[in-house]
Design a protein around this ligand. Structure first.
Ligand SMILES: Cc1ncc(COP(=O)(O)O)c(C=O)c1O
Length: 372
């Protein structure tokens, strides 16, 4: 199967497996694993932060960050379709006791005005303060959209002015940096804390980091123990991260180029793709104009040997490029997808209709259990 369901499906390359096999190890909980320490140092530098802590998942990194920034009863602001609000099982409430307020916004982005409006003084006599703003870049549910640096600076600046902590869910922040052609620190360095995931475009089997000030990361260590995420000889997996930072960052540009090529070829073959949305390694396809349900479309594609996946938007599915996808795979997928969807012959007029239909599509959010 040409597996375009997600960039989480990657398997370690032979070279990465070699790095894993040769890793120097120690007891991570005692801060004695040299490979973990090296990975943490590299990620802190890369993200423009003082320190970083190695964790099993990006979800745990986000959840620990929220605990660092808020007290029970405080409010978390985030885009309404962001990972922290939609896919983390209510962790913000369960772990940090935070109330969540989802903000609507185009392309996974929110504005300073929205943040300001959400921070109007509470009508409650006791304070119920907005404590933390979490932004996601690239934004998964928006289709891998990238924040322009100026907009990000503006919104994070507003958060600071209002006394909010700013967290970046940068599970795919390296995709954002590569897409913008900037150093990752220019994005992540302006936040109080930033999550980086190793098991998406970077191609590691597992792992994530939370970066921030030395003081915040020291506090994060306590939370890591509390979550049961303090490990032992975890350099065995951190080694994959060190390898990926050396070999798999620049190549994210290839994933982006392949996504764009696929999108252009699909669009040319009459598949409803909005090229404007393709900014990193995701291609979103709206099946509504084709007269298919998404379940039918996904089943037909599976039968043809192409794996796509559902998104939060009820009629939209996505193709995600990654380390395991070659130019030949893109070539083949660009032939198989239109055929499976019966798209051939859908002309430009239909595509114009698609744009209108996309605008009409209710922002109704489906809780697909497995869209990542
Ligand atoms: C934006 C974003 N944040 C966080 C996560 C969580 O990653 P993990 O599966 O490592 O917990 C994901 C996973 O898809 C994601 O897309």
């Amino acid at each position: 199967m040409i597996d375009l369901r997600s960039d989480t499906v990657t398997l370690p390359t032979p070279e990465m497996r070699r790095a894993i096999a040769e890793a120097l190890l120690g007891d991570e909980q005692k801060r004695e694993d040299p490979t973990v320490l090296e990975l943490e140092r590299r990620v802190a530098d890369l993200l423009g932060q003082e320190a970083a802590v190695f964790l099993p998942t990006a979800t745990m990194a986000n959840q620990i960050a929220l605990k660092l920034h808020g007290r029970p009863g405080d409010v978390l602001l985030a885009h309404e379709t962001s990972h922290v609000l939609v896919y983390e099982y209510g962790g913000a409430a369960a772990h940090a006791g935070l109330m969540t307020v989802g903000l609507a916004g185009r392309a996974g982005r929110v504005t300073s005005e929205q943040v300001r409006a959400a921070c109007e003084p509470s009508s409650k006599v006791a304070d119920q303060r907005v404590a933390v703003l979490s932004l996601e870049n690239t934004h998964n549910n928006a289709g891998g959209r990238v924040w322009p640096l100026g907009e990000l600076e503006d919104v994070v600046g507003t958060a600071r002015e209002l006394g909010l902590a700013a967290h970046l869910d940068g599970a795919r922040v390296l995709n954002a940096a590569v897409a913008l052609g900037v150093d990752p620190s220019e994005i992540a360095g302006r936040f109080d804390t930033a999550t980086l995931c190793l098991s998406k475009g970077l191609g590691c089997p597992l792992g994530a980091l939370l970066a921030g000030s030395a003081e915040l990361i020291e506090r994060a260590w306590r939370e890591k123990h509390l979550f049961g995420g303090a490990m032992r000889q975890s350099g065995i997996v951190a080694a994959a991260g060190v390898y990926a930072l050396e070999h798999h960052v620049d190549r994210l540009a290839d994933d982006h180029a392949r996504a764009r090529l696929l999108a252009e070829r699909l669009e040319g073959a009459g598949v409803p793709v909005d090229l404007e949305q393709v900014e990193s390694n995701f291609v979103q396809i709206d099946v509504a104009p084709l007269g298919l349900t998404r379940a039918e479309a996904l089943a037909r594609l599976r039968d043809e040997g192409v794996g796509l996946s559902a998104t939060i938007h009820p009629t939209v599915m996505r193709a995600v490029t990654h380390l395991g996808i070659t130019d030949d795979d893109i070539d083949r997928a660009a032939e198989l997808i239109p055929r499976a969807l019966g798209a051939a012959g859908v002309g430009h007029a239909d595509r114009t209709d698609h744009a209108a239909a996309a605008k009409r599509t209710p922002s109704g959010i489906s809780r697909d259990p497995n869209p990542r």
